[in-house]
Design a protein around this ligand. Structure first.
Ligand code: GRF
Length: 191
């Protein structure tokens, strides 16, 4: 059984899908949920599934190594970032080479980088008059949204779509594909 950790600081809808997808799977156990927000929705989701959760601050992430320690204590094999915005520190990247992925709500390399998250992404897609957008699942490296791509899926942007409409379409893709791509990666890559 491979052990997965999820970092999430938004509403946690992707984290919920991932937790539900693997619940009782016998293949992957979501063994730790981590957030830098003490009121993140994902913490309640973790609690209701009996999954250990950890809230951390910048110091614990970047200086003391407490986050990395917790990942080791829980024997984590693979990390998923699902709505987590802090840049991963080098020791974390080194400890999980090709074993840490992020999901981005656009077709990278477009609409990525610092500050490109949430509705900012969909507003930029709309403002540029794009006719399509989508999701990108990629490995995490030391730059925002720059790791090797693992998977992309597209959806149409219609002229009448608002940024909120685009967000809904993209979220549907995320919920549909992220858990199964994680399952594939974990079976191929986890140590
Ligand atoms: C998703 O759109 C994901 O692409 C991005 O952050 C958002 C998280 O949404 N990285 P949720 O908290 O899972 O609902």
């Amino acid at each position: 059984m491979k052990k997965l950790a999820i970092f999430a600081s938004g509403t946690g809808s992707n984290a919920r899908r991932i937790i539900e997808y693997f619940s009782g799977s016998g293949m992957v156990e979501v063994a730790l949920v981590l957030s830098n927000k003490k009121d993140a929705g994902v913490l309640e989701i973790a609690r209701s599934h009996g999954i250990p959760a950890m809230v951390f601050d910048r110091k614990m992430f970047y200086e003391t190594g407490e986050v990395l320690d917790a990942l080791r204590v829980h024997h984590i094999d693979f990390i998923v970032l699902a709505g987590f915005l802090w840049l991963a520190p080098p020791p974390l990247i080194a400890a999980f080479p090709q074993r840490m992925v992020n999901i981005h709500p656009a077709l990278l390399p477009k609409y990525g980088g610092k500050g490109m998250y949430g509705m900012h992404v969909h507003e930029a897609v709309k403002a540029a008059g794009e006719t399509e957008t989508g999701i990108t699942i990629h490995y995490v490296n030391e730059h925002y949204d720059k790791g090797d791509f693992v998977f992309q899926m597209r959806c149409a942007v219609l002229p009448e779509d608002t940024p909120a409409d685009i967000a809904r379409k993209v979220q549907q893709l995320e919920h549909q594909y992220f858990p199964e791509i994680i399952a594939k990666l974990v079976s191929e890559n986890a140590a």
